[in-house]
Design a protein around this ligand. Structure first.
Ligand SMILES: C[S@@+](CC[C@H](N)C(=O)[O-])C[C@H]1O[C@@H](n2cnc3c(N)ncnc32)[C@H](O)[C@@H]1O
Length: 268
């Protein structure tokens, strides 16, 4: 296929990517036919997948607003994705126009598109990096230029840790971030799970192996362990729609069927 103008040179047009599949599910425009085909195959096994992804995006909005209203004015958004409606800097700036946001993603399309959207905004930046290399992220000059690690910062790991394989030690990666941030900082995680899901979810999980970032489904206890050294704020680690819903439509009828958990915690 021909490379659209918004896609950077050198990307593999014949392989679906997690960020573009997610973009498709949340109603974005930056995906290819190969991403849409994979998304539809995944949806055939897990009909509630689009709902879960939209619930993830809704949690992001509620969580960032909560954090900004709590007084957090710096955000490190790792696995930030392709910009779509309600990006972190937009939600944060609605509360505090001076908030600083650094986006981090492993996908060149997500980075290129974020960079185009953020062009000229001195309070934001985007870097191309791997969540499995937190020390590199923390040392990045663009990160250090915008984020003061002596002051509280929100580290967002929304929909990304399930792309970090056990061999890459996701708990160790989160611990590096925890040790780098000041007391009073926050950590937000959303993570896919097979808990309570039909057996077909495992078929969908296998399909994600067609991208370069295969999903690892983890249990509630495994995800809760990432918050070691942090204190979860109410309501704890819960199915996505149950994290501080603002109205009944946020919850819907089958919140517990959501194939992911979300939680926000404060550094002790
Ligand atoms: C499901 S999207 C989530 C986007 C956004 N955080 C949200 O919650 O709406 C996951 C993003 O994580 C990125 N990603 C996957 N593995 C990653 C890694 N190891 N390091 C950084 N980003 C990664 C993907 O490219 C994709 O853009």
């Amino acid at each position: 296929m021909t490379r659209p103008s918004w896609a950077p040179e050198g990307i593999d047009l014949d392989r679906p990517s997690a960020s573009r599949v997610y973009d498709y599910f949340v109603g974005g425009m930056h995906n290819f036919e190969i991403d849409r085909v994979l998304a539809q195959q995944i949806a055939a096994f897990t009909p509630n997948i689009a709902e879960t992804m939209r619930a993830n995006r809704e949690l992001l909005r509620r969580c960032v607003r909560f954090l900004a209203e709590t007084g957090i004015d710096q955000f490190l958004d790792i696995g930030s994705g392709i910009p779509t409606v309600g990006n972190v800097h937009e939600v944060a700036h609605a509360v505090d126009p001076s908030a600083r946001v650094v986006y981090v993603d492993i996908d060149p399309v997500a980075v290129a598109h974020s960079s185009a959207i953020l062009d000229g905004d001195p309070n934001t930046a985007v870097i191309h990096a791997d969540a499995a290399e937190p020390a590199r992220i923390l040392a990045d000059p663009q990160v250090r230029a915008l984020i003061d690690f002596e002051k509280p910062v929100a580290v967002l790991l929304l929909g990304v840790l399930h792309f970090v394989a056990d061999e890459a030690d996701p708990a160790g990666c989160v611990a590096v971030l925890r040790d780098a941030v000041a007391p009073g900082s926050y950590l937000a995680i959303t993570h896919a799970t097979a808990d309570g899901q039909p057996a077909e979810v495992l078929e969908a999980q296998k399909l994600s192996g067609r991208t370069s970032t295969e999903i690892v489904l983890r249990t509630h206890d495994e995800i809760a362990a990432y918050f070691d050294g942090w204190s979860l704020v109410e309501p704890g680690l819960v199915h996505l729609p149950l994290w501080r819903p603002e109205n009944p439509s946020d919850v819907g009828e089958n919140a517990w069927e959501s194939g992911a958990y979300g939680g926000v915690a404060r550094k002790i």
